[in-house]
Design a protein around this ligand. Structure first.
Ligand code: SF4
Length: 353
């Protein structure tokens, strides 16, 4: 692990709670949501980690299921004036920054992210002040206030390229907030990186020793992992990549079984593209297991059919970002977009959580 700059913050993690709705009621809810989306001319964009029924609603109504920046980009390309973002807070904020003229709604405005919560803007500002000689690079999974303090924003699919570029320019990096992704990027690039001590409660729980045991039992299975996972898991993986990259791997691999270290919500897409390949959850149990998430993001799970119906009925509360903050946060985002454009990368297809 590279050098971390601060103590990790104790994040209060909600229990994964899912509404149990009788089938007939769920069916009525889905019909009402479809009608409201149509009547409001609204677009539903959902993250891979949301519940299957929300993903299906997004696909059935002309929306998209994807990673966070593609969600924002898709919304930007659309003529819809109302974007409904089924995901977590920073995704709604990013959508608003990139689409300031549109109304951005979320089924659950309290849905957050341990990386975002674990990097409070005031503490982050203090660290930036202490290390003003470093270029500040933040992951997409941060609040708009933290992005506003950064020189660059990166996604998991673009982080290695951006940090390599900055390393070649002789720049030292202040990285936030995910120490595991930062460590992975540091090992890949050899860059001088000082890291914020944050983590994703979902990916942090994958267990290296138990994964070894699972691999012994399934020697022909491929192992794939999101780079927010600990180094002991990543070093066992046949492929490490972003959510979109992981789905692509499942599609193209010849392995019949694939052990996956990321949120289980993505399994639906993997099973769709995998043509019968068996998708197996990487272990989160075992000695030292806390199972605060058990590979299910508790904040993503807050997105519910009832919340979706209610936000479409009421159109409140909306995601708002002050003009000053939005302008400041747009700078590091635009740098990434320009960088990707200049390198002809398909950055939006290869990014974050
Ligand atoms: S899975 Fe992890 S990184 Fe993604 S939203 Fe949940 S806590 Fe944040």
């Amino acid at each position: 692990m590279g050098q971390t700059a601060n103590q990790s913050l104790d994040i209060s993690v909600p229990k994964v709670r899912r509404e149990k709705i009788p089938e007939a009621e769920a069916s009525d809810l889905k019909a009402e949501i479809k009608e409201l989306l149509r009547r409001r001319k609204a677009l539903l964009v959902a993250h891979y980690y949301t519940d299957e029924e929300i993903q299906i609603l997004a696909e059935d109504t002309g929306g998209v299921v994807s990673d966070s920046l593609e969600m924002a980009r898709f919304g930007h390309r659309s003529e819809a004036k109302i974007l409904v973002v089924a995901g977590v807070r920073f995704m709604g904020e990013t959508a608003k920054i990139l689409n300031p003229e549109k109304t951005v709604l979320m089924p659950e405005i309290e849905a957050n992210c341990s990386l975002d919560l674990g990097c409070p803007p005031d503490k982050f500002q203090a660290l930036c002040n202490e290390h003003s000689d470093r270029t500040v690079v933040v992951y997409a999974n941060t609040s708009v206030a933290v992005k506003a303090k950064a020189d660059w924003m990166v996604t998991s699919g673009s982080a290695v390229d951006v940090i390599s570029y900055l390393r070649d320019k002789g720049e030292k990096i202040l990285w936030a907030p995910d120490k595991y992704l930062g460590d992975y990027v540091q090992k890949k690039t050899g860059a001088d990186m000082l890291m914020w001590n944050g983590s994703c409660v979902v990916h942090e729980e994958f267990k290296a020793r138990e994964l070894q045991n699972m691999r012994r039992l399934k020697p022909h299975a491929a192992v794939i992992a999101h780079p927010e996972s600990p180094a002991g898991v990543l070093c066992q993986a046949d492929y490490v990549g972003s959510t979109t990259g992981l789905i692509d791997f499942v599609k193209r691999t010849e392995a019949e079984e694939i052990i996956v270290a990321t949120d289980k919500g993505i399994f639906r897409k993997m099973e769709l593209v995998g043509a019968g390949k068996k998708i197996i959850a990487a272990p989160t149990a075992g000695k030292s297991a806390t199972c605060r998430s058990c590979a299910e993001c508790p904040w993503m799970a807050m997105n519910s059919l009832i919340g979706l119906r209610n936000i479409l009925r009421n159109l409140e509360p909306q995601i708002t970002v002050s003009k000053d903050l939005a302008e400041s946060a747009l700078l590091p985002i635009s740098r990434l977009l320009d960088f990707a454009e200049s390198r002809r990368q398909v950055v939006f297809g290869n990014n974050d959580a």
